[in-house]
Design a protein around this ligand. Structure first.
Ligand SMILES: [Zn+2]
Length: 158
């Protein structure tokens, strides 16, 4: 009897396809990994205009936040907020931008971007045209060893 129930269960356990070959975030880690667990990873994006630009990328190919069960959703946001806290601690930005689009890569990921009033796009999103001003010259410099600081802060918060 027990066996029958077990096999009934097995038949109804959906096998979720975890990787989509055409998806860049399934094929690659998507940056320099600062922290990871079995659900997601925090990566650093190489962007000359935005040191400290991080992404939280879900490890499996999930499209929307609401595709995740509530506890996984909460975990994802806990990691996003830890990155926000770490970015604030290390860079003291004027603002932190959080965004989730996934229009180009429909694989769940969050952008966490420290912003400064003198940066290349402020007050617009970083995806627009660069502004043409001399403000960049007065952009605060990130602290020395900021990559190490970010990774350490994240490990402490997570
Ligand atoms: Zn994917």
């Amino acid at each position: 009897m027990t066996k029958k129930i077990a096999s009934h269960h097995a038949r109804h356990t959906r096998t979720v396809s975890e990787r989509v070959p055409a998806c860049v975030l399934c094929r690659t880690v998507g940056g320099t990994v600062l922290w990871r667990d079995s659900d997601c990873r925090v990566v650093l994006i190489r962007d000359a205009d935005y040191p400290g630009y991080c992404r939280v990328i879900w490890n499996t190919h999930v499209k929307e936040m609401t595709d995740l069960p509530p506890l996984r959703r909460a975990h994802c946001m806990r990691v996003v907020f830890a990155v926000e806290s770490a970015v604030r601690e290390v860079f003291t930005p004027d603002k932190v931008n959080l965004a989730a689009f996934g229009n180009m890569a429909p694989h769940l990921h969050w952008h966490i971007i420290p912003r400064f009033m003198q940066d290349a796009h402020f007050p617009n999103p970083v995806w627009g045209a660069r502004r043409d001003t001399g403000a960049l010259a007065t952009l605060p410099r990130p602290p020395a060893k900021w990559r190490t600081m970010l990774a350490r802060t994240l490990s402490r918060l997570l």
